[in-house]
Design a protein around this ligand. Structure first.
Ligand SMILES: Nc1ncnc2c1ncn2[C@@H]1O[C@H](COP(=O)(O)OP(=O)(O)OP(=O)(O)O)[C@@H](O)[C@H]1O
Length: 308
């Protein structure tokens, strides 16, 4: 492992308005340095707006944004250390990828040409081609090359996998984890493919209509429910009277996601019924928490840091 830099983030009462639209509404939030944080939320919940504030693309209407202890806006020390890769891909469309990489390398002090080369090969990207001539998936892949090779102390990857096929997405997740292990930094990963990315996440932030719904570590979030798998009748018997978030059936097997901690004797009873118990899938919790019909906002348990 090499020496590294990882920047933390603090938002203090941050509001971002666009005319009548309140994209972020009095958001107070910390992102721990040296973690991979999932930034989740339904469409229009404010994820990209948050990224754009961290990257100093704009200044908040109200409140303070602090990156490594300083406001990023027009900050010559902080700005080069924040890499925000958007689905739209902020690239020089009419210049070959090779020139784009040279441009990024000039702006990012920790840029790794070696990693860029490896990732270009991994995603089969031709350095002579121009972004404007790439397919959507290849353009996304190039965004990933830029985001990872920059090795920025704060890296925000906002829906960068869009258009990527499944093998390429899994190659991206593996590459991200491998380089993060060697060069720890702060990574904020935004995606709607929660089931795919959840294994990467150490912390989870859920935004809902511009507000923070959940901000806590992934392990404690996973422990706030249980997935019960086994024969349909036995699962039905076990979950009767519990708060069931989701049910999936595959042939004769059923998986039910139940919210709330297990009581004494539950594990023994599950064994007797021939059931398997596992951590709650983040996707099920997310769907439940962001459901407008859900009246119990925030995850259960006494330790859930729910800022709402
Ligand atoms: N430049 C802008 N001008 C006007 N409204 C904007 C602008 N940027 C964002 N918004 C609005 O702010 C709200 C939050 O948008 P944002 O793009 O941050 O959401 P998001 O969570 O990233 O959504 P998605 O998952 O769909 O990408 C939305 O209502 C959006 O229409």
């Amino acid at each position: 492992m090499t020496a590294t830099t990882a920047w933390g983030v603090e938002l203090q009462g941050v509001t971002q308005r666009f005319g009548d639209v309140v994209a972020l509404d009095d958001v107070t939030l910390s992102i721990r340095p040296g973690t991979i944080t999932g930034l989740l939320g339904r469409n229009g919940s404010g994820k990209s707006t948050l990224g754009s504030l961290l990257a100093a693309f704009r200044r908040p209407t109200a409140g303070r944004v602090l990156v490594d202890g300083e406001e990023p806006w027009e900050n010559e020390r902080v700005v080069p250390g924040v890499c925000f890769v958007r689905e739209s891909g902020d690239v020089l469309d009419d210049y070959p990828l090779r020139d784009n990489l040279a441009y990024v390398a000039g702006a990012r002090p920790q840029f790794s040409h070696e990693l860029a080369g490896e990732l270009m090969e991994l995603f089969e990207l031709d350095a002579k081609r121009k972004p404007s001539k790439l397919s959507r998936g290849k353009k996304s892949a190039f965004g990933i090359v830029v985001g990872l090779a920059s090795r920025a102390p704060l890296t925000i990857l906002d829906e960068v996998h869009l258009g990527l096929d499944a093998p390429s997405r899994y190659a991206f997740y593996d590459a991200l984890l491998a380089d993060y292990a060697e060069h720890p930094r702060t990574i904020v990963l935004s995606s709607h493919l929660i089931g795919e990315i959840e294994r990467l996440l150490e912390d989870v932030v859920v935004l809902d209509r511009g507000r923070v719904l959940v901000a806590q570590d992934a392990e404690s979030l996973h422990a706030e429910g249980v997935a019960v798998t086994g024969p349909a009748a036995a699962v039905g018997e076990f979950v009767a009277g519990r708060d069931v978030l989701a049910t999936q059936r595959l042939g004769g097997t059923t998986q039910a996601t139940v919210r709330g901690a297990l009581a004494e004797g539950d594990e023994r009873r599950a064994r007797e019924l021939g059931l398997e118990l596992g951590p709650v899938p983040l996707q099920d919790l997310f769907v439940h928490l962001t459901d407008p019909q859900c009246t119990t906002h925030g995850p259960p348990g006494p330790t859930g840091e729910v800022a709402r």
